[in-house]
Design a protein around this ligand. Structure first.
Ligand SMILES: [Cu+2]
Length: 330
């Protein structure tokens, strides 16, 4: 008993000590928050990966980053849990997560109580003469049936979530996301067939633009609100992953393969994501920025892209709109 208590004490100490150390500003690692002094303007993601310890960015007036959870999809200080869902599919995923949380908490609590009860009530000192029976039909039936019921309860909504994410409904719009080491490029095949590159903003530029550090991108994926957007995801070099948490979307970008996912944003705003497949040294510096706008604003943006040939490159050939592609498939 004494040894067991000592073991628990050692475990607690090992758990508490790093937590205390993290509170101590002298030993805590520097947190990469947006208020951290930033490095001089980096010309490429590679530069910003290793910022020098100087602070010459004070001349840039800091714009207040948007932290309104209704119009922004990003991690916010002092929040816990998921980013607010911006699609019905993300809502479904959150619901499934909450169900699993209840089940796993119940199971863990039950097993813990059972274990403690056995340790206290049936240890060698309290119960020196143990019983010798080895079978009990009722309890064996229960411990077989109950886990099966729990698994079935998990299985049904789990398949629902998988199916919903996997089967693309009739798309209003198709975009193509291509992963590169280390940025994303996008194609809008059924809106004039243009393409553009989207790179991470340097710390200074992000600060000036009121964009979150490491999440702001030079160009945004612009899509209309309430429309089914099919995203074709692929890669040019290694495996990346196109992920936007608020949409409940995460799809691997595999070279030589076209993967498909979709989302239908239910409100306007800016939603951030990141490459979510370890793809190399600058993996952390290829953000995704999706701007969900009204149909009118979307059309305005499409018109604007024609006036910026340096940013948006139009292809000679226009491809068939998504609607006719979809009908040709079915
Ligand atoms: Cu990547």
């Amino acid at each position: 008993m004494k040894r067991a208590l000592m073991f628990i004490a050692v475990l607690l100490a090992a758990w508490i000590a790093p937590a205390l150390a993290a509170d101590d500003p002298t030993t805590a690692p520097v947190q990469p928050t947006s208020t951290t002094e930033s490095a001089p303007a980096a010309s490429s993601p590679a530069d910003s990966a290793t910022p020098p310890a100087t602070a010459s960015a004070e001349s840039v007036p800091p714009a207040a980053p948007n932290t309104d959870p209704d119009t922004i999809g990003r991690a916010v200080d002092e929040e816990i849990g998921f980013q607010p869902a911006a699609t019905d599919h993300a809502e479904t995923i959150h619901g499934f997560h909450n169900l699993l949380l209840v089940i796993i908490t119940g199971v863990a609590a039950f097993v813990t109580v059972l274990l403690l009860w056995v340790m206290v009530r049936y240890n060698a000192r309290v119960n020196p003469k143990p019983s010798t029976f080895s079978h009990n039909t009722l309890i064996e039936v229960i411990w077989t049936i109950v886990p099966v019921v729990i698994l079935v309860v998990i299985f049904i909504p789990s398949m629902n979530v998988l199916y919903e994410g996997d089967v693309v409904p009739k798309a209003d719009l198709t975009i193509k996301a291509i992963g590169h080491q280390w940025n994303w490029s996008y194609e809008y095949p059924d809106n004039g067939n243009f393409s553009f590159l989207s790179e991470m903003l340097s710390d200074d530029k992000a600060k000036a633009a009121g964009e979150p550090r490491l999440l702001g991108a030079t160009t945004h994926v612009v899509v209309p609100v309430g429309k089914v957007v099919r995203v074709i995801v692929t890669s040019q070099d290694v495996i990346h992953s196109w992920a936007v948490p608020a949409f409940g979307v995460k799809m691997d970008a595999v070279p030589g393969r076209l993967n498909e996912t979709w989302f239908k944003a239910n409100r306007e705003g800016i939603f951030y994501g990141q490459c979510s497949e370890l793809c190399g040294v600058n993996h952390a510096f290829m953000p995704i920025e999706v701007e969900v706008v009204s149909q009118d604003r979307f059309e305005q943006w499409l018109a604007e892209t024609k006036t910026k040939p340096d940013t948006y490159q139009y292809s000679e050939t226009e491809v068939a709109p998504a609607a006719s592609v979809a009908s040709a498939q079915h």
